[in-house]
Each structure stands twice: as C-alpha cells, then as structure tokens.
Design a protein. Structure first.
Length: 118
C-alpha cells in the first residue's frame, strides 16, 4: 500500500503545521473513537432513520477530514447524502465502502506513525 494513494501528506502536513505529535494524538484518538462512530452509523441504518444516518455520517466525516484522506471522506459524505436525501436502499453498500476506506486510512496512518514523520 502506498500512503500517498490514501492520504494527501502535503495537505496533512499543512493542516497540522508539521506537528507530528499532534498527528499521532489525532490518529490514536481516531483509532479509539472510530468504532463508536461507525456503530452510531450502523445503528442509524438499522433503525432506517435517514436523519440519524446523515448526522452520524457527518460526524465521522468530520473526524476523517483531519487526515486529508479524500476517499474515506468521500465515502462518509456519500453516506451522509444518502441519509439526508432519504434514499435508504443504498445505505448498506455505502456503509461497506466507508468501512473499507476507513480501514485503508487507518493502515496508512499506522505507516505514517511508523515512519515517524509527516
């Protein structure tokens, strides 16, 4: 896996003003909180509540935005849009895509941490 295919490192470096410690802190926080954020999305999907789907997807999208990971961001945005539009027949597919992109993003974040620089 190539980190740059998942994370825009230039944008990330600029966003965090090159602060690697802050990056590690945010990455660890995301690793801890993303299961809860995804669970909220899944619960909203199970309840077939478009408003909750939109809000929970918006929340996870905001967390993803910290990392300049466009594909994961777009996956969350797509699910948010589905929820807000009430087109719930596409939620399962969108959720699978979001989970896959988050997994890829987390792997890329781990690689950046292992390299010890942004």
């Amino acid at each position: 896996m190539k980190i740059e295919d998942i994370i825009n490192r230039d944008s990330l470096r600029e966003r965090l003003e090159g602060d690697f410690g802050l990056f590690v802190e945010l990455a660890e926080l995301f690793a801890r909180e993303s299961p809860n954020l995804l669970a909220a999305v899944e619960d909203a999907i199970k309840s077939k509540n478009g408003e909750k789907i939109g809000k929970s997807a918006h929340t996870i999208k905001g967390a993803i935005a910290n990392f300049s990971a466009d594909k994961a961001y777009q996956a969350a945005f797509a699910l948010e849009k589905i929820g807000k539009e009430g087109n719930l027949d596409k939620t399962e597919e969108a959720l699978v895509n979001l989970k896959n992109e988050i997994d890829r993003m987390k792997a890329a974040l781990s690689l950046v941490i292992a390299e010890k620089h942004l």
